[in-house]
Design a protein. Structure first.
Length: 117
C-alpha cells in the first residue's frame, strides 16, 4: 500500500461501557490486560478508562478491521471473558465505531517509526 492509501484506511474501535460490582475494577483490569495480551493480527492498541472514585469504566480496543477482531477470539480470550463476566454489575453496552480522526500519540509514533526506517 502507498502512504496515501494508508492515510485513507480507517481503524475500527470496539467500545464497551460498563460498571463492575463494588471493589471489582482492579480484578477486571487484570483480566482485561490478560485478554488483550492474546491479540495479534490487526490489533492496534487498547485503553481501559476508569471513572475516578467508581467502578465504572470504558474499554476501547483498536483494530485494523472488524474481521481482525473476530479472528482474535481465541480460546484463552474466551475463557478470560468468562472470568470477567461475573464481575459486572450489569452487562456492558458494546458498540463498534470507525475511527475518523486521531490526534496526538498515534501521529508521534508514526513519525518516529517512519524516521527509523
Amino acid at each position: 500500500m502507498t502512504d496515501f492509501d494508508d492515510f485513507l484506511r480507517h481503524k475500527y474501535a470496539y467500545v464497551a461501557i460498563g460498571e463492575f460490582k463494588p471493589g471489582c475494577f482492579s480484578e477486571a483490569r487484570q483480566l482485561y490486560e490478560k485478554a488483550v495480551s492474546t491479540y495479534t493480527k490487526g490489533f492496534q492498541g487498547a485503553y481501559l478508562l476508569q471513572e475516578p472514585g467508581s467502578d465504572r469504566g470504558i474499554a476501547i480496543i483498536l483494530w485494523d478491521s472488524i474481521e481482525d477482531m473476530d479472528d482474535n477470539q481465541s480460546e484463552v480470550y474466551q475463557k478470560t471473558l468468562g472470568k470477567i463476566a461475573h464481575l459486572f454489575e450489569t452487562p456492558p453496552v458494546t458498540s463498534f465505531y470507525e475511527v475518523c480522526s486521531e490526534i496526538g500519540l498515534p501521529q508521534i509514533l508514526a513519525a518516529a517509526s517512519a524516521g527509523a526506517k
